[in-house]
Design a binder for this molecule. Structure first.
Ligand code: SAM
Length: 219
């Protein structure tokens, strides 16, 4: 089955489970109009992030890799009125578009976009004000660096999710050596035997083809 069929599969399931959403559509349209790459999470994955955040009643969320704020909107919608999501983005144009999209979604008061290299921004966040959920979805070679900081910043029992860890199964193919794939492998190597977290990879398929998330809980 090729990616087109999997896109049909996503559309089919979404038609039962995820209503039409003009605000999210507008965010994607505004991102495309501004020339942002079309690499946001899929609709079904966005809703999955939202559901995860709801299931742990997250009040504080950190995201690394904002792009146009599509996943930020999903996560932001899970928050109570006094909740907060901080999202880190290196590209000021992406951040500007995200701010427009978050404003259009009515989420500006709960969402803070921080422009700069994600790792540097993370190191500036205080350990005292910990997060319930951290979503890592920026440059993949830095996955391990982000994860190490995420362990410092996440509450006990909090959830760390890392996107794009399966990459069409290429992460498991020893012939593949690109930096994104090596970034996932470094993280997996560090997670092996790591007593600080309990984790699994959930492989996914849909309009974006074959990929997956690491889902980890801080012990
Ligand atoms: N989470 C977004 C979504 O699903 O809607 C998609 C994020 S996109 C896959 C990755 C983003 O990370 C891009 O906007 C890119 O500019 C940003 N990025 C790349 N390197 C970064 C870095 N060192 N620090 C922070 N953000 C970075």
């Amino acid at each position: 089955t090729d990616t087109q069929d999997w896109a049909r599969s996503d559309r089919y399931h979404n038609s039962f489970l995820i209503p039409e959403d003009p605000v999210l559509d507008a965010a994607l349209k505004n991102s495309a109009t501004n020339g942002l790459p079309e690499i946001a999470v899929s609709t079904a994955q966005g809703k999955y992030l939202y559901l995860q955040a709801r299931s742990i009643q997250a009040k504080r969320i950190l995201e690394v890799g904002t792009l146009g704020g599509y996943s930020t909107i999903w996560l932001g919608r899970s928050l109570p009125a006094d909740g907060e999501i901080i999202t880190l983005e290196i590209n000021s144009k992406h951040a500007k578009v995200a701010e427009e999209n978050l404003s259009n979604a009515g989420l500006s008061s709960r969402c803070k976009v921080v422009v700069g290299p994600g790792h540097e921004s993370m190191t500036k966040l205080p350990s005292e004000n910990k997060f319930d959920l951290i979503f890592i979805d920026a440059d993949k070679p830095s996955n391990l660096k982000y994860f190490i900081e995420a362990k410092r910043l996440i509450k006990k029992g909090g959830v760390i999710i890392v996107d794009n860890v399966v990459r069409f199964g290429r992460v498991a193919d020893p012939e593949q050596t690109d930096a994104n794939i090596e970034g996932v492998r470094s993280l997996l190597n560090a997670l092996k035997g790591d007593q600080d977290v309990d984790a699994t990879t959930i492989a996914t398929v849909g309009e974006k083809g074959y990929d997956g998330f690491i889902y980890a809980i801080r012990n």
